[in-house]
Design a protein around this ligand. Structure first.
Ligand code: ADP
Ligand code: MG
Length: 729
């Protein structure tokens, strides 16, 4: 066995659990201790400042310069008392992950010494030297500068010795260069549109908030094994590796106990999360070996997304203490499940109503149906966009395989809700609506049965499933920023709700009552959005055909899926909701295509290197052993006896030699394909070329090498095998 593999496997299998550091107090006593939350704000800000800030957080009113100065002073005092020495604007560029640039609090005091300085100006706005973040040309065409600007709606927090201030990242001319900016815009648009529609049912609603509860899947792998696999270290996925004889067939990981090394990691992770105010709640094993999941209590969408982004970096840090590496890639291992990030999404009013909960009386039920049907309409109209919002080079390996929803968006409602919509659609106005003497609306077919929250027929194969009081969007990849898909969904639903209001008002102005107008419009919507409803098996082959017949987007190529952002319908929708303008959309697509190209390019390079420098040399060495054996057999035996006894080594040598030829030839071809693609100037066409002409080689080359893995002497194989990578002892 190669020394590297041998040592890695040895160390990984003898590793002892590292004990977690758990505070000797109740969680409630240290939850949020590293967050500048209400409690800290109250303590460190003057009452007037506190009131202005909380008002700004609740209603989005701007904060004046003076106020910012006072807030910064309070924040600094709080942070210094906690031993903090640095601060950073924390933002979410269009690459995966978050960005930060740390500055020390110290400034010269003019007398040869230093003082701790953190002014309102530094809190509110900064110009990070972030010119290398992708901007899709926005900063070249307009202004070189990009600014980070404070988002007061998400509280500042401390990591290590650094005060982190959540910020948006925008170009000098105001275009968004990040996920947070359009996400916040979409939350506003949705809140406003939903509040207007709520006005049909009650006068009390002043504010509608959207909520996000994510579920994060991830893999853990021992750090020594990770280091011995250049593909994992450089691309976060194994580009090679034959399936292990045993992987997830027995479902024993899913139901099994969490290994103690992992248990300690999870405990540490949870403590860190609690200190940062991330309300993590559930943890469990997932289907694949070494795969786990973590989910919090749901929160307001912007904060929830910040918390998810923060979690990803905390996870990476904490895993190292336990000699693990976290893999956030959607498909680190072939043949076992990949990792997703489910986004549970709902809307709620300031009067405490969940707009996706059927209520107690008939008015509530009509409101519920209104929001349900409008959401279906939005998902139907913008299904291609929603798919584009989760599309990435890495998620492509997960979607469509026999484990995750296919690359087609559809919605599962369950039998109860489907029945309600069918009855609504088929009832006549006279049947369905009887306006009683108080002019209230009644639905003739009675109330919707109280829904069971743990609806048992939940369909795991559906990408957009109704789960009792929320929708669960399951197509997002584990490494993604939820903002990408949340901003698309929020905007699409906001746009649809505005359209609904327009449609209802048009009927009313032709003399119909509010109730009748709402009823007729919803009936038409139920009909129109029907193609998006699918309760069957989303994994089946028949569904692919049927979906195409229904007119749903079935595009499989990631670079082409991104085109959905630039259709007239989508441009108009983002414009109408004020979430993204034309320029921003074009620039963001440039970034998406570029990132796609880079990811594939890196994988192709790593695979080429692994093939030629790691695998083939070892295979040739084994081949010479075989050839020597054959030569010796020839010296020892004669005629038929030689033929018979050398048959197996000769057969093996022939097979191995053919694989060697195939691999080296294909690596050459892949390099040529890359060269050709690289010469294309337009990034969309280049991404398409990478998808069509480079990606196929990754699988083809792998197939030969994985076959070789089964033929070559195990002792010689240089890389840790799946059976060694996938089981934590
Ligand atoms: P499952 O794995 O069965 O889908 P989990 O209990 O693991 O369910 O996760 C449920 C997720 O849904 C959690 O993140 C939870 O916070 C979130 N959630 C629950 N209710 C709502 C809601 N009304 N709006 C948004 N998210 C919600
Ligand atoms: Mg789920």
């Amino acid at each position: 066995m190669s020394i590297l593999r041998f040592n890695a496997v040895e160390r990984a299998s003898n590793r002892k659990a590292v004990e977690a550091i758990v505070p000797a107090k109740k969680v409630s006593e240290y939850f949020g201790e590293n967050v500048f939350d209400h409690k800290a704000m109250k303590k460190y800000l003057a009452k007037e400042t506190f009131d202005v800030l909380t008002q700004a957080i609740d209603t989005g009113t701007p904060i004046g310069r003076d106020m910012a100065y006072h807030i910064a002073a309070g924040m600094k005092m709080w942070a210094l008392e906690k031993g903090v020495t640095h601060y950073t604007h924390w933002f979410q560029p269009l690459t995966d992950g978050t960005a930060e640039k740390h500055d020390a609090f110290v400034e010269p005091d003019g007398q040869g010494g230093v003082i701790e300085e953190f002014s309102g100006k530094l809190l509110v706005q900064q110009e990070p030297d972030a010119s290398s973040f992708p901007s899709g040309g926005l900063r070249n065409t307009f202004e070189a500068r990009g600014y980070s600007a404070w988002d007061p709606s998400s509280p500042a927090f401390i990591v290590d010795d650094t005060l982190c201030i959540p910020t948006v990242f925008i170009a000098y001319t105001g275009e968004a260069l990040d996920y947070k900016t359009p996400l916040i815009r979409s939350i506003e648009a949705l809140g406003k549109a939903a509040k207007e529609v709520c006005g049909y049912f009650s006068d009390d609603v002043k504010k509608v908030t959207c909520f996000l509860g994510w579920e994060q899947e991830y893999f853990l792998v021992d750090e020594d094994l990770y280091a011995a696999r250049p593909d994992l270290s450089l691309t976060e996925r194994t580009l090679l590796g034959h399936e292990s004889a045993k992987n997830q067939q027995l479902d024993d990981h899913y139901f099994g106990a969490i290994p103690s090394r992992v248990q300690e990691f999870m405990k540490d992770l949870e403590v860190e999360c609690y200190k940062l105010g991330i309300p993590v709640k559930t943890r469990h094993n997932e289907v694949a070996p070494n795969q786990f999941e973590l989910a919090p209590i749901y929160e307001e969408c912007n904060l929830a997304n910040d918390h998810n982004q923060l979690l990803l970096s905390v996870m990476k840090r904490v895993s190292r203490r336990h000699n693990f590496r976290v893999l956030l890639h959607e498909k680190p291992f072939m043949g076992v499940n990949g990792s997703g990030k489910h986004c549970n999404w709902s809307m709620g009013t300031d009067t405490g109503i969940n707009l996706f909960s059927p209520g107690k009386d008939r008015e509530d039920n009509l409101r519920f149906i209104t929001f349900m049907v409008n959401t279906l309409m939005a998902v139907h109209k913008f299904n291609a966009l929603l798919k584009a919002s989760i599309a990435s080079a890495s998620n492509a390996y997960r979607l469509g395989a026999n484990e995750a929803p296919p690359a087609i968006i559809s919605s599962f409602l369950g039998k109860e809700i489907s029945d309600v919509l069918d009855r609504f659609e088929n009832s006549s106005i006279e049947d369905a609506i009887k306006v009683d003497d108080k002019k209230r609306l009644t639905l003739g077919f009675g109330r919707i049965p109280e829904l069971l929250l743990d609806n048992t027929d939940r369909n795991r194969t559906s990408p957009f499933a109704f789960t009792g009081n929320r929708f669960e969007f399951r197509a997002l990849g584990s490494s993604a920023n939820c903002g990408s898909t949340m901003l698309a969904l929020n905007s699409a639903v906001a746009y649809q709700l505005k359209q609904f209001k327009k449609d209802v008002e048009a009927l009313r102005s032709s003399g119909k009552s509010k109730e009748v107008a709402i009823f007729e419009i919803l009936k038409a919507y139920i009909k129109e959005s029907k193609p998006i409803r699918f309760d069957g098996n989303g994994y089946s082959e028949e569904w692919k055909e049927e979906a195409a017949q229904r007119g749903l987007d079935c595009e499989n190529s990631i670079p082409l899926q991104y085109d959905a952002y630039l259709t007239p319908k989508v441009i108009e929708m983002f414009k109408e909701t004020n979430v993204l303008n034309n320029k921003e959309l074009i620039a963001r697509n440039e970034v998406k295509w570029e990132i796609y190209i880079k990811k594939v390019q890196i994988e192709a390079r790593v695979l080429g290197d692994l093939s030629l420098n790691h695998i083939i040399p070892v295979v040739i060495r084994y081949q010479s052993v075989l050839l020597e054996t054959i030569a010796k057999l020839k010296e020892t035996f004669e005629g038929d006896e030689y033929e018979e006894l050398s048959a197996e080594p000769r057969r093996l040598t022939r097979k191995i030699a053919r694989h060697i030829c195939a691999v080296t030839k294909m690596v050459d071809e892949m390099i040529e394909a890359r060269k050709k693609a690289n010469s294309i100037v337009d990034s969309r066409s280049r991404a398409i070329a990478y998808h069509d002409t480079v990606v196929p080689y990754l699988d083809k080359i792998r197939k030969h090498i994985d076959d070789l893995e089964l033929m070559v002497d195990n002792q010689m194989w240089p890389l840790p095998k799946y059976r060694e990578l996938l089981f934590i002892r």
